[in-house]
Design a protein around this ligand. Structure first.
Ligand SMILES: [Zn+2]
Ligand SMILES: [Zn+2]
Length: 352
């Protein structure tokens, strides 16, 4: 395995103000002395990638993509502890010393923060990326490349469960997108129950049933509040996770919460939302929100995958090549038809 020469090109998908996501050929990156070159094997398309494209705030030429698995393909001369051929996933840097890191929240670290696809480093909608060694998490042999690329969305879900402070009991997941469905799978693995999911799209409710939801509700067809209380014997849900991004669901979540329950917001809602403080007070509801995930949570999800307890591959609704992304974005992602689009670049050496 050799480091690509400077004059070699690679395929990438860049954002352009005129035309949106566009397939291009650009020079392969060459790692600096303290960097690692990673050949991308799989990369998932995240809901936040869609939000960023639609925001119109991206600079021309931005390369997105952060749900990545790959193989170390080259090393800067000062890099130690990493070898060509290592299978890895990539997460942001953190310093380990600051207030945020000391609190166990490295996702807030502001010290020389480096991240791919959402921050300062080009993302993985490309054949190669350059990253720093501390960003790499090894992939266990028993975990294949697609599952490895999905460890990050599962880590988002695991982070939400930890923030909720709950370890068992009844749960309502609001929203059957990739995070809601990943969360549902994790809740099953972690022994929560009974679990219900509300989602207006039939296909996503069917997936939820297949993944182990004990009940699925269509919030547009019936009275979700009534159905939720019927399902929980009049008690309400011990934990409600808001994963739909619908502002009105905050108050709906509080109403569906049991006395002493928790409402955890996992979606990112930029608009204002109304929530009745009296609903919170009279039931002593804990309202919390989860942001990002830690390296440790990624390692935990990879470990569960290696043990055969967690498999994310049935979340994948579309397997595509990199050059298909602009078309699939318009027809399947922007229209809300896809759950998880997984881009593949070919062989790596997974055994699953
Ligand atoms: Zn993501
Ligand atoms: Zn820090």
């Amino acid at each position: 395995m050799s480091t690509p020469r400077k004059d070699e090109n690679m395929k990438a998908i860049v954002y352009q103000k005129e035309g949106g996501l566009t397939a291009v050929s650009i020079p392969r990156p060459v790692p600096e002395a303290d960097q690692v070159l990673v050949r991308v094997v799989n990369v998932g398309f995240c809901g936040s990638d869609h939000s960023l494209v639609e925001s119109g705030q991206l600079a021309d030429g931005t390369i997105l993509g952060h749900e990545v698995s790959g193989v170390v393909a080259g090393l800067g001369r000062d890099v130690t502890g990493v070898a060509p051929g290592d299978r890895v996933i990539v997460r942001p840097t953190f310093c380990g010393q600051c207030r945020d890191c000391a609190m166990g929240k490295p996702q807030f670290c502001q010290v020389h923060r480096r991240l791919i696809g959402l921050g300062d480093l080009p993302g993985a909608f490309a054949e190669y990326i350059c990253v720093f060694p501390s960003m790499l998490i090894p992939v266990p042999d028993m975990v294949d490349d697609e599952n490895a690329a999905l460890a990050e969305p599962f880590a988002v879900a695991l982070h939400g469960i930890r923030i909720s402070g709950r370890s068992s009991g009844s749960v309502l997941v609001m929203g059957g997108g990739p995070i809601g469905l990943a969360l549902l799978k994790l809740l099953v693995v972690m022994g929560f129950g009974p679990i219900a999911l509300s989602e207006p799209k039939t296909e996503k409710r069917e997936l939820a049933s297949r993944f182990g939801a004990h009940a699925v509700f269509d919030p547009l067809a019936g009275d979700l509040n009534k159905e939720g209380f019927l399902f929980t014997g009049g008690v309400g849900f011990e934990t409600v996770f808001e994963c739909s991004g619908v502002p009105a669901n905050l108050q709906a979540a509080a109403q569906l919460s049991a006395r002493g329950g928790s409402v955890c917001v996992l979606s990112v809602i930029f608009s204002d939302a109304v929530i009745s403080p009296a609903t919170l007070t009279f039931k002593e509801i804990t309202l919390c929100a989860a942001y990002g995930n830690t390296h440790e949570e990624n390692r935990q999800c990879l470990a569960w995958m290696a043990e055969g307890r967690l498999d994310g591959r049935d979340l994948i609704t579309h397997r595509i090549g990199l050059e298909d992304l602009p078309d699939v974005y318009r027809s399947q992602i922007h229209t809300g038809l896809a759950v998880k689009v997984m881009i593949g670049f070919g062989e790596a050496g997974a055994c699953a």
